[in-house]
Design a protein around this ligand. Structure first.
Ligand code: NA7
Length: 548
């Protein structure tokens, strides 16, 4: 094992460099350190937390329940930490991330305010040369991207986006000191989760909020509330069994799976089931009402109409209600949202919805936004326009594998990975919750822990067996790409223009990036591959290195 030392060119030599100090990077560091590897985390921000460090917009909240969206690897942490709300607000999650960093003394191996600019694989030495923004080149046997699925934010492709003279804010890069919108007329572009969570809060503060909506989304009430001490105690008493059930579940949260089709019950019964899903405050509560809502358009249509009727019942102005009703994608095929009073907000006098399908934005002007029929003047503009999801942060770093191929080039026609963990042509590069793994189709904490444990065990295997490198074979990668596509094609997901499909980024290849096969099924496959001698992976002995 290489200890932290010079690499002959003035830089350090490590077993692993990890990019990102979010939950994935922190747990990876914790594991590798415990296993005796030398590892450093490189983090652009000046604190831990990843997406929860950056996304500080008003109303930012996790929509997986706190008691599930938390680490399970340490019993004392799990038992001692106290969540205050059913769905944690961003400040509490960030506090938890900081607590984890302090509790396990992680900061000493995290290099803040540093980014990786370039990483180049040396096939002779079987090592990565990783160049940082501080001008250092670190030599590492393993290069681990823990850079997050929703971390590379994007501005809208609208003419004049840079011309606006007033302040602009992106929900994914919110100022840490907060923003006071009191008395301001503001414009918000985007109605995904970030828009849907922030708009009700912004409307309480600003003088007037104009919401520019391109695609209406399906949103359900979160039913957020304070957690009672006895329900927390009850969960803590069964945590080991609960976490185990999560690891073998479909989405990383244990929920009973439905057995009936939405089409085999009466309309009355169907609506009762949907009502329970709606009232559950669970992101997938409605989707799990029947077993075919993600595979049958006809079944899904019934759920869509149920939600549209809710919107029509909540929003008083009929035209606004109709504009808020999604018609262009099946429920669940764009990331559904959980809200706290989103639709109700459009009943306020100081909130106006602009349907961009009817009157598109033509340009952003020095003073505001001009649509095809109106010019708006704003004191501030908020971009809730999302992320270059799943791949944005991975290809933002210039990662060069064998034969000088970059990851960006390799993926120009669509992402290609084996298990979402490794990529052919890029030995010893690991991508935590990478494309074609359950990732964003799951409780991220469960998927992060699974990937980190798998990668850590793999590194121990390599060390114990004197291996210099591991790489996904071409055949294994081809198989997994096809399997991921077939799994997606069996669902309704490809019908939507979603960030799952890469459709929110002009020119991005249209493929369903996350794996829909289910967390439990996927874990079994990963374990089976290991049990069969790392099936589909090619390893090189240390003595086979080309330079030896
Ligand atoms: P999302 O869900 O990608 O939402 C972005 C929103 O911004 C969405 O409504 C987009 O409309 C809209 N958008 C993007 N570009 C434009 C332009 N040019 N004009 C008008 N509207 C635009 O990002 P979020 O940050 O809300 O949520 C990301 C994930 O974080 C979320 O799914 C959770 O997993 C947590 P579109 O739908 O593309 O027509």
């Amino acid at each position: 094992m290489a200890k932290s030392q010079g690499n002959g060119s003035g830089g350090r030599s490590l077993d692993a460099v990890i990019v990102g100090a979010g939950f994935a990077g922190m747990y990876m560091l914790y594991q590798l350190r415990n296993l005796g590897f030398s590892a450093k985390v490189i983090e652009r921000a000046d604190g831990v937390g990843g997406t929860w460090y950056w996304n500080r917009y008003p109303g930012a909240r996790c929509d997986v329940e706190s008691l599930n969206y938390s680490f399970s690897f340490d019993n004392d942490l799990e038992q001692e930490w106290v969540w205050s709300e059913r769905y944690s607000p961003q400040p509490e999650i960030l506090k938890y991330a900081n607590h984890v960093a302090d509790r396990f003394d992680l900061r000493k191996d995290i290099e803040f305010q540093t980014s990786v600019d370039k990483a180049v694989w040396d096939d002779n030495e079987c090592r990565w040369a990783i160049s940082t923004s501080k001008g250092e080149t670190i030599s590492a046997q393993h290069y681990i991207m823990a850079s997050g699925c929703l971390s590379h934010s994007k501005l809208p492709e609208i003419p004049g986006v840079d011309s606006y003279q007033g302040p602009t804010y992106h929900t994914g890069h919110w100022p840490h000191e907060g923003v006071d919108f009191t008395g301001m007329r503001i414009g918000v572009i985007g109605t995904g989760s970030s828009g849907i969570q922030s708009i009700p809060e912004l409307a309480k503060q600003a003088a007037h909020v104009t919401v520019f909506q391109r695609t209406p989304n399906f949103s359900m009430p979160a039913g957020n509330r304070a957690l009672e001490a006895d329900e927390v105690d009850a969960m803590k008493a069964i945590y080991p069994e609960h976490r185990q059930a999560a690891r073998t579940s479909g989405f990383g949260v244990p929920v009973p799976l439905p057995e009936r089709s939405a089409l085999e019950v009466s309309e009355e019964e169907r609506n009762e089931v949907f009502q329970r899903g709606w009232d559950s405050g669970n992101l997938v509560g409605m989707l799990l009402g029947f077993n075919d809502l993600l595979t049958s358009k006809e079944a899904n249509d019934t759920a869509c109409e149920f939600v549209r009727n809710k919107i029509r019942a909540i929003v008083k102005d009929p035209q606004t209600a109709e504009d808020l009703c999604p018609f262009d994608h099946p429920l669940g095929t764009k990331r559904p949202c959980l809200d706290s009073g989103y639709y109700e907000t459009f009943n306020r006098d100081n909130v106006k919805l602009i349907n961009l399908r009817r009157t598109p934005i033509e340009e952003i002007t020095p003073t505001g936004i001009r649509t095809s029929d109106q010019e708006f003047t704003f004191d501030a503009i908020i971009f809730a326009t999302g992320f270059d999801a799943m791949t944005g942060a991975l290809v933002a770093v210039d990662i060069e594998g064998q034969d000088g191929i970059t990851l960006k080039n390799k993926w120009q026609d669509g992402t290609r990975t084996y298990l979402g963990i490794m990529v052919h042509g890029f030995p010893n590069l690991f991508t935590i919750t990478g494309p074609a793994s359950p990732s964003v189709f799951s409780n991220m904490m469960i998927s992060i822990e699974q990937h980190v444990d798998w990668i850590a065990a793999c590194m121990v295997y390599l060390r114990d067996h004197g291996k210099a490198s591991i790489e996904a074979s071409q055949e294994a990668e081809d198989f997994w790409v096809q399997h991921n596509t077939e799994a997606g094609d069996a669902t309704l997901y490809p019908l939507a223009n979603s960030w799952y499909m890469g459709s929110n980024v002009p020119g991005k290849p249209r493929v369903l990036m996350p794996y829909i096969g289910g967390v439990g099924v996927y874990r079994e496959e990963c374990d089976d591959i290991v049990a069969n001698g790392y099936r589909g992976f090619v390893m090189r002995d240390a003595r086979e290195k080309a330079s030896v």
